[in-house]
Design a protein around this ligand. Structure first.
Ligand SMILES: [Zn+2]
Ligand SMILES: [Zn+2]
Length: 290
């Protein structure tokens, strides 16, 4: 028996906005360069891994899921493994369409557990092609509830919480992930922080890791008024958290970056300035021990 057992950890499987990197039709140099090194960037997703037991749970089923599960195989398990469960935040393309790869045209999985909130559950059950995954038992949907925790792996508690977002097809969840020693908050998509009934500064003090929506760094990226962009702008988030201690700032991991956001490039001046301010940027392959 090992005296010391390592805790579970969050494993970052992607950090881009829904449409990925490179972005369809984009002519900017960073996107063009990345047509030649596609594997470096995947759509936002995290796994929580129990390495000892060779088990994991997955957050989000992205359009890059084929590569992401292969990435887990190559870097963690040395064999292809399906997750114990998949949690999904909401019904925008980067967050759930990877489910199609579990269907009959692809993997043809059996009773893969997908845990979603009631509106998302209904959306999947009543709209093709997702409904076929349900009728063929490729996936098995289990409903979750806001603010009710789910036990996973050995020591993990997962709780969906409500966040404000464009809810055309489903509600939008963020997830609280509590491990043996640490707790994390995963909020890949949210409208403005001020539309939320929670205070971000208090949350940063309370949690150990916060993976937060960083879709756009500032409004110049898309030439729209800041107030019209349904995401917290990273420059605003940084201002909001500016008074926090260095230790608290270092708990923030920006994630879900649009192709126009230079934070995606680890070598950009913008990435360096954000790190210098004491914040972190989520990168593929990063481990955050719980
Ligand atoms: Zn998204
Ligand atoms: Zn681009």
């Amino acid at each position: 028996m090992p005296i010391y057992t390592q805790s579970e950890y969050i494993y970052v499987l992607g950090n881009t906005q829904d449409a990925g990197m490179p972005h369809i039709g984009c002519k900017h140099q960073f996107c063009l360069d990345n047509f030649n090194m596609y594997e470096e960037y995947y759509v936002t997703s995290i796994a929580v891994v129990n390495q000892e037991k060779k088990k994991y749970i997955l957050f989000e089923a992205t359009p890059d899921i084929t590569y992401q599960l292969n990435y887990l195989k190559d870097n963690i398990f040395q064999e292809f493994l399906l997750p114990e469960a998949i949690y999904i935040t909401h019904a925008h393309i980067g967050h759930y369409t990877g489910l199609m790869y579990f269907g009959r045209e692809a993997l043809g999985s059996k009773n893969l557990l997908v845990k979603v909130l009631p509106k998302m559950s209904n959306f999947l059950k009543t709209n093709g092609p997702w409904s076929q995954l349900v009728t063929l038992n490729n996936i098995q949907i289990q409903n979750t509830k806001f603010d009710v925790s789910n036990s996973e792996l050995n020591n993990i508690e997962v709780t969906p919480i409500k966040v404000p977002h464009r809810d055309e097809y489903s509600e939008t969840a963020g997830y609280i992930i509590i491990g043996k020693n640490k707790k994390a908050l995963f909020i890949p998509d949210i409208d403005k922080w001020e539309k939320w009934d929670k205070n971000l500064i208090d949350l940063v003090k309370d949690f150990d890791y916060l993976l937060l929506d960083a879709t756009f760094y500032d409004s110049n990226e898309i030439n729209r008024d800041i107030s019209e962009i349904p995401h917290p702008i990273v420059s605003e988030t940084i201002n909001l958290l500016n008074s926090l201690s260095k230790k608290n700032k270092s708990k923030v991991y920006f994630i879900h970056m649009n192709h126009t956001n230079h934070m995606l490039n680890p070598n950009s001046d913008l990435s360096k300035s954000i790190i210098n301010k004491g914040f972190n940027i989520a990168r593929l392959g990063q481990k955050l021990y719980l």
